[in-house]
Design a protein around this ligand. Structure first.
Ligand code: KPL
Length: 297
């Protein structure tokens, strides 16, 4: 397949390397246009992939079979809209990011949209991307045109396993949203690795209760206990991780809070529900973000 990867950060480079090794034709797409991108990945088995690949080639883009988007949630909508007019009308666009809300922002697109979540962990260490842990990527349709793309999960599975197709991906995305509503803001506020959140059981439980209430109203069957059990498992299995939000805050980068807790608040409001613990966390992270964004302008 011919695949453009939009966003060449840690996850983007991991996909570029994996797809290239599997024999796919790939290019990176950088927001600051460059003819090449360097992909340097240390794999979980200790092997290194180090190649310079094509980037930002409009002819390649115009004949693509897949646009794989690995940008941060807040970068997705503008960047994808800018590329969509140059992509074939039938080219599927797969969004892999934390949080929710981008599908709504992209509902005017004619291309098939797919949405997914991944538990692969990759982080930048200097100029190398370390594939820290293997995981599973769950994908499924993000709009009506995206319904018939289960074959993509098979193709991508060969490049970067595990990959699973779900006709209803929204349930998996909501579960990941719950994880991110707990871990991301709390670790960013307490400046701690994920595992330290076991010292804040009250807050973790209250956040899960509120998210479960919103999920139920959205039509996803769950319970506060089931969600709490799942979130505690992720806290434990990622105990040494520095969450993406804490990483953003540490380098004073814009966070994904609007697409994580912000999205939850938006859906809670639509159902007339009050979610005070999440509202407070949202305010605290926005305040932090505003402080450094104001001083940098
Ligand atoms: O998705 C994550 C993130 O950091 O954004 C978790 C699952 C919390 C792992 O750190």
């Amino acid at each position: 397949m011919k695949i453009t990867v939009l966003g060449c950060g840690a996850l983007g480079q991991l996909w570029l390397a994996s797809l290239y090794k599997q024999g796919h034709e790939v290019q990176g797409w950088l927001r600051v246009p460059q003819p090449f991108c360097h992909v340097n990945v240390l794999e979980t088995d200790g092997s290194v992939f180090n190649q310079t690949l094509t980037a930002n080639d409009p002819d390649f883009l115009a004949s693509c079979d897949l646009l794989l988007v690995t940008l941060k949630a807040w970068q997705v909508s503008d960047s994808v809209k800018a590329l969509a007019t140059k992509l074939p009308a039938g080219c599927p666009i797969l969004l892999l990011h934390n949080g929710m809300g981008t599908l709504e922002e992209l509902r005017m697109l004619r291309q098939p949209l797919l949405s997914g979540v991944t538990t692969h962990a990759a982080r930048r260490d200097g100029n190398i991307i370390v594939h820290v842990a293997n995981g599973t990527t769950h994908i499924g349709p993000g709009n009506a045109a995206g319904n018939d793309f289960s074959f993509l999960a098979d193709q991508l599975h060969h490049a970067l396993p595990e990959m699973a197709w779900h006709n209803n991906i929204q349930a998996a995305i909501w579960k990941k949203l719950a994880v991110n509503c707990v871990i991301n803001p709390l670790t960013a506020l307490y400046n701690c690795p994920n595992g330290e959140l076991r010292h804040y059981p009250d807050e973790v439980s209250k956040i899960c209760h509120e998210v479960a209430m919103v999920m139920e109203r959205e039509g996803h069957h769950t319970s506060p206990e089931a969600l709490l059990f799942y979130v505690e498992e992720v806290i434990d299995s990622t105990r040494a991780n520095i969450s993406s939000m804490l990483q953003d805050v540490r380098v004073q980068r814009h966070t994904e809070i609007d697409y994580i807790t912000g999205y939850l608040l938006q859906r809670a409001r639509a159902h007339g529900l009050s979610v005070p613990v999440n509202s407070r966390l949202y305010e605290l992270i926005k305040r932090k973000e505003n402080e450094y964004e104001r001083t940098s302008t």
